[in-house]
Ligand binder design. Structure first.
Ligand SMILES: COc1cc(O)cc(C/C=C(\C)CC/C=C(\C)CC/C=C(\C)CC/C=C(\C)CC/C=C(\C)CC/C=C(\C)CC/C=C(\C)CC/C=C(\C)CC/C=C(\C)CCC=C(C)C)c1O
Ligand SMILES: C[S@@+](CC[C@H](N)C(=O)[O-])C[C@H]1O[C@@H](n2cnc3c(N)ncnc32)[C@H](O)[C@@H]1O
Length: 327
């Protein structure tokens, strides 16, 4: 809670907590204050008490950041079990599809923003490891006359099972990251993974640093979505890819009716029963309804400078994956 209060204080002062609380030894951290793509810091804008929404509630922008922080601080420990319960495991398939769509190449440098408890990062690591193992096997098969000692030596010399791929999980919430780190230990992920406390609106990374930027179920919670998109564009290398998995607009009227019923009648109840937190799950279903449609969000991504922007709706549009390139 003390950290949360300090976030509020720094925000109030027109400074951002993520700038101050850098917690990763990764190289390439930005040493100066961030600039927008036009080189301008909008400090005066940050100080204005502009109104926005938090679910169906109208709040000041300052308040929204605090409230979102509190939601994820509160749900962190039950976050993963809640997702399985609410979606009957379907969120796992959506996340798998995001990583399949990414189809990372050997050596991919991924930034997973609003990465929370690490679901995208772990999928990415499993994918690149399997891909790298497959490549090694194919290479060995091509050299069929090798002795078993030579094969063993080849495997042992392979120091990096990820083939140079790396992922940085960046999230504004300490509690979500804490759960993520525990999961990483439990699942045996050590190499190629870094955890960074930071704000999607002011990423603590240099320009042109990553091959892929992902954000799954995160951008809906950000106060200035345009600012987050511009930051995504800034940190990607030329040729880099933006991928976003987010709730979207249901395109089938029958599914829409059932989904609304399910969202408003069932999800907050599950939130209360499983996580002891009705309000956070009411925020979840309300925030889904406030998020732009597939087409509107596509335009926002284009406005941030991305090209070849496309999207794919999944499960009747309950969620969509948007993709764009920095060219
Ligand atoms: C605080 O912020 C957050 C917290 C978080 O924990 C997570 C997030 C981010 C979110 C995720 C990572 C994903 C979370 C997943 C969801 C929100 C769920 C998405 C929903 C679905 C995949 C299912 C969609 C449901 C439908 C299309 C409608 C089907 C629903 C029914 C047949 C039930 C209709 C409901 C009623 C008639 C109300 C009365 C019913 C009951 C009291 C019985 C209770 C029923 C159930 C528990 C049924 C559950 C059924 C399903 C899950 C349907 C699955 C089937 C398919 C779509 C094929 C975050 O930001
Ligand atoms: C629904 S969770 C998604 C976690 C993970 N990506 C997943 O798919 O399971 C949303 C995450 O967004 C994070 N978040 C909210 N606002 C943020 C911001 N401005 N910058 C970075 N992360 C943010 C929250 O702390 C939370 O961990």
């Amino acid at each position: 809670m003390a950290t949360h209060r300090s976030y509020a204080l720094w925000s109030y002062c027109g400074l951002r907590w993520s700038r101050v609380m850098r917690c990763s030894p990764l190289p390439g951290f930005r040493s100066s204050w961030p600039r927008g793509p036009l080189g301008v810091r909008h400090l005066s804008q940050e100080k204005q008490a502009t109104e926005t929404h938090f679910g169906f509630e109208t709040v000041s922008e300052e308040e929204k950041g605090d409230k979102v922080y509190h939601v994820f601080e509160s749900v962190a420990k039950k976050y993963d079990v809640m997702n399985d319960m609410m979606s009957l495991g379907i969120h796992r398939i959506w996340k798998d599809m995001l990583v399949w769509k990414m189809h990372p190449f050997p050596g991919t440098q991924l930034l997973d923003v609003a990465g929370g408890t690490g679901d995208i990062a772990f999928r990415f690591l499993n994918y690149v490891e399997a891909q790298h193992k497959g490549k090694l096997k194919r290479q060995l098969r091509a050299q069929q006359n090798l002795s078993w000692e030579e094969i063993a030596r080849k495997y042992q010399n392979e120091e990096d099972p990820l083939g140079g791929s790396r992922v940085v999980v960046c999230d504004i919430n300490k509690e979500m990251l804490k759960v993520g780190k525990q999961k990483a230990r439990a699942q045996g992920h050590k190499a190629g993974l870094a955890w960074v406390l930071g704000d999607a609106e002011e990423l603590p990374f240099d320009d042109d640093k990553f091959d892929v930027y992902t954000i799954a179920f995160g951008i809906r919670n950000v106060t200035h979505i345009n600012q987050a998109l511009q930051e995504a564009h800034r940190v990607l290398k030329p040729g880099g890819r933006f991928l976003c998995l987010e709730f979207s607009q249901v395109n089938n009227p029958l599914v829409s009716r059932l989904y609304d019923l399910y969202s408003f009648q069932v999800i907050p109840v599950l939130g209360e029963v499983i996580a002891g937190d009705w309000k956070s799950y009411q925020y979840l279903v309300e925030s889904i309804r406030q998020f732009p449609s597939q087409e509107e969000f596509k335009e926002m991504i284009q406005d941030a400078g991305f090209e070849k922007v496309t999207y794919e709706s999944l499960t009747s549009g309950i969620v969509a994956i948007h993709s764009g390139f920095k060219l």
